[in-house]
Design a binder for this molecule. Structure first.
Ligand SMILES: Cc1ncc(COP(=O)(O)O)c(C=O)c1O
Length: 373
């Protein structure tokens, strides 16, 4: 409230009017430092961040973009916004994109991969980057649900060509709505900045390099967003610390149970989220009846079978149809990623309750372990 009050009292609610005092610029500087990233660009949502990153990377009509079948629909819609089409890839038991299925889904038209660090669970980035390097694909990380989380010493979102963060109400830090493009690549940053601001040409003093100007959109964030995010940033590491501790306690107890298996994690030493896997669907269903547990297939909207706008393959104007520009017929069906459905049917996500005392989480862990021993 104090941070917002200061911005309102000054009366400069846009970063460009706030000039050197801009809270948004200070937020970006602090986030850059925290992530060890060269560039951070605040935008008005995670979806905008994904679209800006794709546009900046030159993804467009005729291109296919690989996205996991388990993510928020925004990941799959972002390629459509730049004229490309999403191609669905199965997840594996880590709940993130399956590198083996990436290989199977690559065609001569594939240009990019969007691995998604779902629910603070990191993707197998070593494998993703190795495939991308071999097959000359661009990696745009969707780290909207994993702000601040690390993968083998690097921050999620800083490993690929660019990353996208969301700061909506449900995320690790939130300003109601908001997002950021993260990149170590000067050209991607310059182009993302140009794309996210229709008025970039009147702010040409800010553009370095010789990138030819092109028409963008307006995905700018306001100083109110910047001020909230700057204040929220100091809460990020304490939150992740609490999650890490609670995961340790919970996984220690649950690993004693014979009937459940802790889901594989792509960087267990730094894990801040936990899910468990059952052999049988009915056991997962029964376990999900307990407080603090949810079976992932039941969370619905993140499962590809519920992505109505993707299945409809319809755009706002018949001639602005990326599927007509695609180099082959693209279609979607409910059964196309059966392995993803099978995993989600048998996986339960355990809430780590960072807002509760550790002792209470210990109690809950023992209770859940006893129920399944
Ligand atoms: C994985 C994922 N990608 C993209 C987005 C889009 O972010 P936003 O809602 O800020 O546009 C979200 C947000 O829910 C998300 O969870």
């Amino acid at each position: 409230m104090a941070a917002l009050g200061r911005v309102i009292a000054r009366g400069n609610l846009s970063r460009y009017s706030a000039g050197s005092k801009s809270a948004t610029s200070r937020f970006e500087a602090r986030l850059r430092e925290r992530l060890k990233a060269k560039h951070v660009l605040t935008v008005n949502s995670g979806t905008s961040a994904l679209i800006s990153a794709l546009a900046a990377a030159g993804i467009g009509p005729g291109d296919e973009v690989l996205v996991p079948a388990y993510t928020w629909v925004a990941t799959a819609i972002a390629p459509l916004a730049v004229g490309a089409v999403p191609v669905l890839v199965d997840i594996n038991e880590s709940l993130t994109i399956d590198p083996q299925d990436i290989e199977r889904k690559i065609t001569p038209n594939t240009k990019a991969i969007i691995p998604v660090h779902m629910r603070n669970l990191v993707c197998d980035m070593d494998a993703v980057m190795a495939i991308a390097g071999r097959r000359k694909l661009i990696v745009i990380e969707d780290a909207c649900q994993a702000v601040g989380v690390s993968y083998r010493g690097q921050s999620a979102g800083t490993i690929g060509k660019a990353g996208a963060f969301s700061f909506n109400h449900h995320k690790n830090i939130n300003a109601g709505e908001g997002g950021a493009v993260i990149t170590n690549d000067d050209r991607i940053f310059t182009r993302a900045r140009m794309y996210h601001d229709v008025g970039s040409y009147i702010r040409e003093q800010e553009f370095e390099g010789n990138e030819p100007i092109f028409a963008g959109v307006n995905f700018r964030a306001s100083e109110l967003t910047g001020a909230v995010l700057l204040a929220q940033l100091s809460r990020l590491d304490p939150l992740l610390h609490r999650l890490r501790k609670r995961r340790e306690v919970m996984s220690e107890q649950l690993s004693k149970s014979k009937r459940i298996r802790i889901s594989p994690h792509n960087d267990p030493a730094n894990a801040v989220a936990l899910s468990v896997l059952f052999e049988r669907v009915q056991d997962a269903k029964a376990f999900a009846a307990h407080r603090g547990v949810e079976r992932l297939i039941d969370t619905g909207r993140h499962v590809y079978t519920n992505w109505e706008p993707i299945f409809a393959q319809r755009s706002f104007h018949p001639r602005m149809d990326p599927y007509k520009w695609a180099c082959r017929d693209i279609s979607y069906s409910a059964e196309m990623c059966r392995r993803t459905l099978d995993i989600l049917e048998r996986t339960c996500y355990i809430s780590l309750g960072p807002q509760y005392p550790l002792a209470l989480i210990g109690l809950q862990a023992r209770k859940l372990a006893a129920l399944t021993s």
